[in-house]
Design a protein around this ligand. Structure first.
Ligand code: BG6
Length: 510
C-alpha cells in the first residue's frame, strides 16, 4: 500500500486534521460570545469528531460560578446555538471536559490558582499541557491578561514541549498607535507564532471560497485585473441598528467595527496576487502587499474618497428603528458614523486605476455582505443602441444566500434583437445541501492545529490601521462640520451615491 494513501479503516471515523490533546481557556467566559459562539462551536467540532480525544474547556471570569452551573448554562446555549443537534450521549461526553474558574484579570494569585487547576485537569484528562488561551475580555484588559499569563508561568516560551497559543479577540487596537503598542506588548510575552489575532470573517466558508474561486479555476483569473474590471464594490450591510451596544459602538463607529478588520480582509483576499502556497506566511505576505499598496487619500480631497453618515429614525422591514441619537449609551450630539463608504485605489500593476468602493452600515434595508466585480464594456458595441446598458457583474455573495452570480446580457427571445441582463447563479444551499460551519468552529480548530493562515499578522493589522487612522484624524479635524444623516431602512446618505456618480458609477441595488 502507498505509504501516503489514507488508511481505509480511518475513513469516516476521524478527520486527518486532528489536534493534539489540549485545553481551551476562555477569558471573559460570562460574555455573550462564549455562550453564543465559542462553546457552541466547540460542541459542533466534537460532534464532527474534530476535537482531540482528550480535551477540556475552562471558562474564566470574575463571577462565582460552579462547574455544574456552567455546564448547565452551556448546555442550554449549545442547544440553542450549536450547528449540531444536541444528543444526550454527545453532551454527556462533552460536558465532562467543561470547567469554570473564577478569577480577576489582574490578580497574580488568581492566575497561580488557574495554573494549579489546569495542571490538575491535565492529569485527570490525560492532556500533556497544551493550552489555548482565548482572550475575549473587554479590549482594555487584553494587555493585562497577556502579561499575567506570562508573569505567572502560563506561557511556554521555549519553542519545544507543550504548546501555548493565545487568541486575541477584536478590536486589535483602536488606531495605528494602539495597535502598534498592543503588538509590541504581545511580542514581549509571546512569539508571533503563538499570537492568533482573530477576525471571524476569515473563518466564513464564503470568504475562504474567494481563494478557491479565484485560484482553483481557470475561468476568472485572466479577467481579474484592470484590463477588464471597471471597479469593485464590497458591501457589508446590516439591517439591525445598535441594539443595546451603544456604549461600545459610540466609541468605535462602523469604520473601526467593520471596515478596518472584516471588509479590509475581504478586500485583501479579493485583490491579492496568488500566494506561493496556502501556508500562513505566504498567504499573509500577499494580503499585506495589498494593504501597503493602498493609495493614501490625497490631501484636501477627502470628500471625494470618504463619506460617512448616521441613521435617523426609520424602519426596516416594517420594524421601527429609533434614531441613533436615541440609542442607549450614545452621547448626546454624537458624530459617530453608522455608515461609511470609501473609494480606494490599490496602486499596483494589477489594479492600477480601478476604484475599490467599500461600504458598511447599520440600519440598512437588509443584511447583505458581497463582493462585486463590475466589468468594463465590450470593446465594440456591435449591437449599438440595442445593447444592454448594464455592465457584466460577477457577484460573490458572502452572506446570506451564500453563492456566486454572473450577470450578463442575453438576447431576448423573439424575432427582434433586444438585449437584456440575465443572471447565472450558484447557491451553496442547493449545490451542497449542507449548512456551512460556523466561522468560530474553523478558527478555533485551526488554532488548536497551529495553523495561523486564517488569523491576521502584526504587520497586516498595522497596515490596515495606518489607512483607517488617517480617516479618523481627518474626522477629528472636521468635527465641527457634523455628520450627514440617512433614514434607517434606506441605503445611506445621498453623498455616497454622489461619490460614485462623479465617476459614472453607481452602487449596486441589493
Ligand atoms: C462584529 C461587529 O465584529 O461583526 C458587529 O462588532 C457586527 O457590529 C458583526 O454586527 C457582523 O458579523 P456577521 O458575522 O454577522 O456579519
Amino acid at each position: 500500500m502507498n505509504a501516503f494513501a489514507p488508511n481505509p479503516l480511518r475513513q469516516g471515523l476521524v478527520e486527518d486534521r486532528l489536534p493534539e490533546p489540549c485545553t481551551v481557556v476562555i477569558f471573559g467566559a460570562s460574555g455573550d460570545l462564549t455562550k453564543r459562539k465559542l462553546v457552541p462551536a466547540l460542541y459542533s467540532l466534537m460532534a464532527e469528531r474534530l476535537l482531540p480525544p482528550s480535551f477540556a474547556v475552562v471558562g474564566y471570569a470574575r463571577k462565582e460560578v460552579s462547574d455544574v452551573a456552567f455546564r448547565g448554562e452551556m448546555k442550554e446555549w449549545c442547544g440553542k446555538h450549536a450547528r449540531h443537534k444536541q444528543t444526550e450521549e454527545l453532551w454527556s461526553q462533552f460536558e465532562k471536559g467543561i470547567y469554570f474558574h473564577t478569577g480577576d484579570y489582574d490578580t497574580p494569585e488568581d492566575y497561580q490558582a488557574l495554573k494549579g487547576r489546569l495542571d490538575q485537569i491535565d492529569k485527570e484528562r490525560g492532556i500533556p499541557g497544551n493550552r489555548v488561551f482565548y482572550v475575549s475580555t473587554p479590549p482594555s484588559t487584553f494587555p493585562i491578561v497577556v502579561k499575567q499569563l506570562s508573569d505567572n508561568g502560563l506561557i511556554n516560551k521555549t519553542g519545544t514541549g507543550p504548546f501555548t497559543r493565545v487568541i486575541i479577540e477584536k478590536p486589535f487596537g483602536t488606531d495605528l498607535q494602539s495597535a502598534r503598542d498592543l503588538n509590541a506588548h504581545c511580542l514581549k510575552h509571546l512569539a508571533e507564532d503563538q499570537i492568533y489575532r482573530i477576525d471571524h470573517y476569515l473563518g466564513k466558508e464564503t470568504v475562504q471560497n474567494l481563494m478557491v474561486f479565484r485560484f482553483a479555476n481557470a475561468f476568472f483569473e485572466p479577467l481579474w485585473n484592470n484590463r477588464y474590471v471597471d471597479h469593485v464594490q464590497i458591501t457589508g450591510a446590516e439591517a439591525l441598528g445598535i441594539e443595546g451596544r451603544g456604549g461600545y459602538f459610540d466609541h468605535a463607529g462602523i469604520l473601526r467595527d467593520m471596515v478596518q478588520n472584516h471588509l479590509f480582509q475581504v478586500m485583501a483576499l479579493t485583490a491579492m496576487e496568488p500566494p506561493v502556497s496556502l501556508n500562513a506566511t505566504d498567504l499573509r505576505d500577499e494580503k499585506v502587499k495589498v494593504l501597503k499598496a493602498l493609495r493614501p487619500i490625497p490631501e484636501g480631497r477627502f470628500d471625494e474618497f470618504v463619506v460617512r453618515g448616521q441613521y435617523r429614525a426609520g424602519s426596516v422591514a416594517g420594524r421601527p428603528i429609533p434614531s441613533y441619537q436615541e440609542e442607549v449609551g450614545v452621547t448626546a450630539g454624537s458624530t459617530t458614523e453608522t455608515y461609511v463608504a470609501l473609494k480606494m485605489f490599490i496602486d499596483n500593476w494589477r489594479w492600477a486605476g480601478v476604484p475599490f468602493y467599500l461600504r458598511s452600515a447599520k440600519a440598512m434595508p437588509k443584511k447583505v455582505t458581497e463582493v462585486a466585480l463590475v466589468f468594463k464594456d465590450a470593446p465594440h458595441r456591435l449591437f449599438g443602441e440595442k445593447s444592454s446598458n448594464e455592465p457584466n457583474v460577477l457577484a460573490i455573495r458572502i452572506q446570506p444566500d451564500e453563492g456566486i452570480s454572473m450577470r450578463f446580457g442575453s438576447k431576448v427571445p423573439g424575432n427582434t434583437l433586444d438585449i437584456n441582463p440575465v443572471n447565472m447563479e450558484f447557491r451553496y444551499g442547493t449545490s451542497f445541501g449542507t449548512e456551512p460551519p460556523e466561522a468560530y468552529e474553523r478558527l478555533q480548530l485551526d488554532c488548536m492545529l497551529g495553523d495561523q493562515a486564517l488569523y491576521t499578522r502584526a504587520d497586516e493589522v498595522e497596515a490596515s490601521w495606518k489607512y483607517i487612522s488617517r480617516i479618523h484624524d481627518e474626522w477629528k479635524r472636521s468635527f465641527a462640520r457634523g455628520i450627514p444623516t440617512y433614514e434607517a431602512g434606506s441605503w445611506g446618505p445621498d453623498e455616497s451615491d454622489a461619490m460614485l456618480r462623479r465617476s459614472n458609477q453607481a452602487w449596486r441595488r441589493l
